[in-house]
Ligand binder design. Structure first.
Ligand SMILES: [Zn+2]
Ligand SMILES: [Zn+2]
Length: 647
């Protein structure tokens, strides 16, 4: 029987077009271009999406083959390493059951197993060794399209009952594929590298217990994390970065510096200790100072509100699984996960005129969001937190100038001078497919954001279709000392909430109009920002945020009284000062203060007492010599007031 095969046009990176029959695999395309490329190929890309080298092409488009030298290779290398990890565990413990791996955008990969006990470091070493043996075998990946029944039979016969469950998650009608490398077969969508020989280096990092599918009601599985690279050198560089990150881990530093703790009695809700609270308050003081200059009015709103409010705002329909509930007077109430609805209520308390707008409400209110236990991580993601949150109510015409003002505010906060962030990047996300509001409204809103950005940050990245369903948004991502990017600030236009709350103002034309609402934050969650800042500074906070700004160290017991005079004098002037008069050697106390990252150590002895001076040392160890107490006080005051990062 003769079948008509459709021809596909593939546009290669050099602009040339190659025509191939439908069903040709990327690997075959690579081979036709050159045997060298076929050998080096790690993956393929069609119209920006990754395609497995063995997946028959069904459509044409912009096409490219990439090799281990491309940045995209890492993702395929690490995903392929998941298969190698699962294979290795099965070779060592045939009774272990495999669940699934997970790809993310980090340099780590992971795989979950049903295993009767926790994996030990010795286990990980053995598994890693077996993985290297498997890599040395250099098998190529093979792609098999199978029916659902066949896949189920295959895994049932193998005793992989978790896989049979995973199979059920694949929607009906979707192609089911198995990938085989050597003697190992897994249920997978791909894509994978061509050959295991392309995985140049692997390392297992850690193991931990996890609930199946992240649900506490399910059984506990054992997860193994690892990393893989094309070369040993790339892996060593990554491990070095990881080591630096570990040294800066905010959970470790949070404990060592006595900043915060967690307690199982309030899961994923941080307790800020006095020193942690000092940083929190310092950040809020800073933002309050900006609010005074940028025309925000701070409001304080209830913690617990009737669910009717959340029905009006739409949170009850879209966010209910993240909300905490309680009851009062036989009414169902919810603990607020966001401030926006309360601000709508305040706006609605009187008739507003266009002359009143814009109105800017800022709120540091504590928010509670139920995050599943699997996704909480130190202070990066918690259930109880507050934000430097604000909502601007304005007219359509004011959107551009308001956004411009917020951008200016954010640029001030992100300037390297304040927190030392290396750089930041800006993304504009436009109308998604699922949205509310007219095209005209979207045109206007997107245009306003584009104009504001072109006037302030013309090098933004455009994320077409990534906006919220109620409006377009601008996101800010800052780069920390380790080169990691964190999304912090956001500016979101919202036409929906003012409508849901029936908000109105009387325009210049004398008729009623609906205001536009702008949600915005600079630091985002203060708790999360603190975690980022702890890792950014390795705990050595700028002077204005340091929980203890100076420690007074009498050289011996004889000078404790003078030390106390110095401490009291500084404390009275608003400098957060401690006296360390413990009966320990001076060198030991200096080291302790350095470990606590206290900006200044003030050593006092006979000479200092006689001259009314202090001998000043910076936390990094430099000796600034003797300074009159007043001169030191002036120095600290000036640097802190300027929010300088200098000491
Ligand atoms: Zn796979
Ligand atoms: Zn909001």
């Amino acid at each position: 029987m003769e079948t008509m095969t459709e021809a596909l046009s593939l546009t290669l990176p050099d602009g040339s077009v190659r025509t191939v029959p439908a069903g040709t695999t990327p690997l075959e395309v690579a081979a036709a271009i050159g045997p060298r490329l076929a050998k080096d190929a790690v993956g393929a890309e069609l119209d920006g999406g990754k395609v497995d080298l063995r997946q028959p092409l069904t459509r044409g488009g912009a096409f490219r083959i990439f090799t281990v030298k491309s940045p995209e290779a890492g993702e395929l290398i690490r995903h392929s390493a998941e298969h190698v990890l699962a294979d290795a565990v099965k070779r060592l413990w045939p009774e272990a059951e495999i669940d699934a791996g997970r790809k993310d955008h980090s340099e780590k990969f992971q795989y979950d197993f049903r295993f009767p006990r926790a994996f030990t470091p010795e286990d990980l070493a053995r598994i890693e060794e077996t993985m290297r043996e498997i890599l040395a075998e250099g098998s190529e990946f093979e792609r098999l399209e199978v029916s659902r029944e066949e896949a189920e039979r295959t895994f049932r016969d193998m005793g992989e009952t978790l896989k049979v469950e995973r199979l059920k998650e694949i929607p009906a009608g979707e192609t089911i594929t198995l990938y085989r490398d050597g003697r190992f077969t897994d249920l997978c969508r791909g894509p994978h590298v061509r050959s295991l020989s392309q995985i140049g280096a692997v390392k297992l990092l850690e193991a931990s217990g996890v609930y199946w599918k992240g649900d506490e009601a399910n059984e506990r599985l054992q997860r193994i994390y690892g990393t893989a690279f094309a070369s040993r050198q790339e892996m060593d560089e990554y491990l070095e970065r990881l080591e630096q990150a570990r040294a800066r881990d905010h959970r470790r530093l949070g404990q060592e510096l006595d900043l915060f703790s967690f307690n199982p009695l309030a899961p994923a809700m941080p307790f800020l200790h006095p020193k942690g609270a000092a940083i929190y308050i310092g950040l809020i003081d800073y933002v309050r100072e900006l609010y005074a200059r940028y025309g925000y009015g701070e409001v304080i709103t209830p913690q617990i509100l009737d669910v009717e409010l959340w029905k009006t705002s739409g949170h009850y329909d879209n966010y209910v699984e993240n909300m905490f509930f309680t009851e009062a007077d036989e009414r169902q109430m919810s603990v607020k996960p966001m401030n926006c609805p309360s601000h709508c209520l305040i706006f609605g308390t009187r008739l507003r005129s266009y002359r009143d707008l814009p109105i800017r409400y800022a709120d540091f209110g504590r928010l509670h969001r139920y995050e599943r236990s699997g996704v909480t991580a130190g202070m990066f993601r918690v259930r109880s937190f507050s934000q430097d949150d604000a909502h601007i109510f304005c007219t359509e015409e004011q959107i551009e100038s308001e956004v411009l003002a917020v951008v200016k505010l954010i640029l001030e906060v992100y300037s390297q001078r304040i927190f030392g962030f290396k750089s930041f990047r800006v993304e504009l996300s436009t109308r998604p497919e699922k949205r509310i509001g007219s095209d005209e409204m979207w045109d206007h809103a997107e245009e306003a954001l584009k104009v504001a950005l072109s006037k302030s940050l013309p090098k933004y990245v455009l994320n077409t279709g990534d906006g919220a369903f109620y409006g377009p948004k601008i996101d800010f991502h800052v780069e920390d000392a380790l080169g990691r990017f964190w999304q912090l600030g956001t500016i979101q236009l919202d036409y929906q909430m003012p409508q849901r709350f029936g908000l109105k103002y009387v325009g210049a034309d004398g008729s009623e109009h609906q205001p536009v609402m702008i949600h915005r934050a600079m630091l985002g969650s203060i708790e999360r920002f603190m975690a980022i800042l702890i890792e950014q500074t390795a705990g050595a906070f700028p002077l204005w945020l340091a929980p203890v700004q100076a420690t007074v160290l009498p050289v011996s017991e004889k000078f404790v009284a003078y030390g106390e005079t110095v401490r009291a004098r500084l404390a009275a002037a608003g400098v957060r000062t401690e006296l360390d008069a413990r009966n320990e050697k001076l060198g030991y106390r200096i080291r302790e203060a350095q470990l606590q990252k206290v900006p200044y150590m003030l050593v006092v002895g006979a000479r200092e007492e006689q001259d009314g001076t202090v001998s000043v040392r910076r936390r990094a160890g430099e000796d600034l010599g003797a300074m009159a107490l007043d001169a030191f006080l002036a120095r600290v005051r000036d640097l802190a007031a300027a929010r300088s990062r200098e000491l």
